[in-house]
Design a binder for this molecule. Structure first.
Ligand code: NAP
Length: 246
């Protein structure tokens, strides 16, 4: 049986990705951070066991911290073994704050949660993939990693950084059969979007060529494509309704 580790697997895009991985037949290690998400994550894993017959493990860890990432990977390896087939770096937060008002600890939290966490997770997981002879890493970046967004310097920097890390690791580990790719979602209905000014959200939504905000399933579909397509590495796919066209 193959298995996947996903950070930020309790809600929103991560929840849809957990379901997609289960549908694809993977056992799933789903990470979350908040106490309030424990039950949510455990219920999600019970649901995928019922629906798809796959096994799950919920692990509370703050992936912005190196030692918590180590704890997460150790728990995964203890439960499912050293052959880690898929890693999804999905945990993320945003501030959406004018740059001059942004406190240092808040921009550090975004950089550490969105970008440094992926370094930590790859640092622990990639050696297992090398040993196993291959693997697949997908990181949830954002259109914010491809274009500038006012009040999001920290978020955009973290998401561009994920693309840079992905390309460099794809170069380094290509011959070891480890693929690294990113998903760059546009605006997707989750708590993250519900948590920001709704007038701004609606104004931005007007400028989407498809005229609508995306669903979490659109992003889970991109994950399935990147996991399955063996000739994709060092790339990003961007389900975004046309709001960003390279
Ligand atoms: P969400 O609904 O707010 O969910 C965020 C997830 O990340 C939760 O599972 C949360 O865990 C987890 N998380 C946050 N900080 C963490 C930490 N330090 N350690 C471990 N887990 C942590 O957000 P979402 O919209 O699904 O976002 C998922 C990813 O997609 C993020 O990387 C985000 O930047 C990216 N994205 C979202 C959009 C969008 O429009 N929604 C667009 C582009 C990219 P808890 O439940 O425990 O808090």
């Amino acid at each position: 049986m193959s298995y996947a580790i996903i950070t930020g697997g309790s809600r929103g895009i991560g929840e849809a990705m957990v379901k997609k991985l289960a549908e694809m037949g993977y056992d799933v290690v789903a990470n979350y951070r908040s106490d309030s998400s424990k039950e949510l994550t455990e219920n999600l894993l019970a649901q995928i066991k019922d629906e798809y017959g796959v096994d799950g493990l919920a692990v509370q860890a703050d992936v912005s911290k190196y030692e918590d990432c180590e704890k997460l990977v150790v728990a995964a390896v203890e439960k499912f073994g050293e052959k880690i087939d898929v890693l999804v770096n999905n945990a993320g937060i945003t501030n959406n704050c004018p740059f001059c008002d942004l406190p240092q600890e808040k921009y550090m939290a975004v950089l550490e949660t969105n970008l440094i966490s992926a370094f930590h997770m790859c640092h622990f997981v990639v050696p297992y993939m090398v040993k196993a002879g291959g693997g697949c890493v997908v990181s949830t970046s954002s259109i914010g990693g491809l274009m500038g967004v006012a009040n999001q310097a920290d978020y955009c920097a973290s998401k561009s950084g994920l693309i840079g890390m992905t390309r460099a690791l794809a170069m380094e580990f290509g011959k070891q059969n480890i693929r690294f790719n990113c998903i760059c979602p546009g605006m997707i209905w989750t708590d993250m979007l519900r948590g920001v000014n709704q007038d701004e959200v609606q104004a931005l939504a007007q400028s989407i060529p498809q005229g609508k905000i995306g669903d979490v399933e659109d992003i889970a579909g991109a994950l399935e494509f990147l996991v399955k397509n063996q000739y994709m590495t060092g790339q990003y796919v961007s389900p975004n309704g046309g709001i960003y066209m390279p």
